[in-house]
Design a protein around this ligand. Sequence first.
Ligand SMILES: Cc1cc2nc3c(=O)[nH]c(=O)nc-3n(C[C@H](O)[C@H](O)[C@H](O)COP(=O)(O)O)c2cc1C
Length: 254
Amino acid sequence: MPGANESESRLLLKLIKERHAIRDYDTKRMVSDELLYQIIEAGGYAPSAENQQPWRLIIVRDRAKQRRIGEIAVDRTIELFGRITPRQELERRLDYVQAIPSRERTIDWLITGRRFEYIKGEPETDGAPILLVLAVESTHVGNSQPTLRGTGGVYGWSSYRHAVIAGSMLMENMMLAATALGLGSCVSSVQLDHFDDVREISELLGIPHPHWVPILCLAIGYAKYPRTRGPPRQTPEEITFVDKWGANWQPKRD
Ligand SMILES: Cc1cc2nc3c(=O)[nH]c(=O)nc-3n(C[C@H](O)[C@H](O)[C@H](O)COP(=O)(O)O)c2cc1C
């Protein structure tokens, strides 16, 4: 297998670490079909069980449809963060934001839904010029035998799970490709977390639900503000165990 040379590997690792969610877009710069094509093509190189590629993407060009999807996101955000999640919990989750005014502003944006306004795509709120909706095949079984379709697969729980896993990999490929091409992106699910919203968005876009299920959206565009730092990550030592759950890995490093 051809490997990357040292500078290519360094560049790839840099892009992986510098990709962060972009929620404010430069609405004066449109994304060409040429760039979008490259991003979607990179997405299609993601692995999938038995290479079944159980995914479809819809480019939402109709502004009214995009606005409706964004409205659902904002409404659910208000419900989730403004009503259901206690303020103390929001403060705990955001305690990595050192500056108190920035933390307060982020909490306010969550409570009021402002944080997810970008999905609507409106220029006044620096919205995303492009919104993609990813649908995956719910009866995908990771097995080509038609008789197994919709049965949960050979081992009982492979079907929808495989499609969601593969679809997530397609998304990550697309986000990295966008970063490499100088574009910002943000994956989102809040507008598709509730059954009622999945149905409404399926009807809005003509997705043959429940055979195909929209699971994620991807906003793409030029970032209004460059962003190479995001929320902190756990270290490899923290997330990796050796032989037994809880036995943290202590890597030997030069
Ligand atoms: C499955 C999934 C669902 C997400 N849902 C949303 C969402 O609904 N709205 C949003 O703006 N960001 C959403 N995100 C983006 C995360 O908030 C973001 O990736 C995370 O906070 C890490 O920040 P970073 O991507 O800037 O490094 C989602 C990410 C994933 C993987």
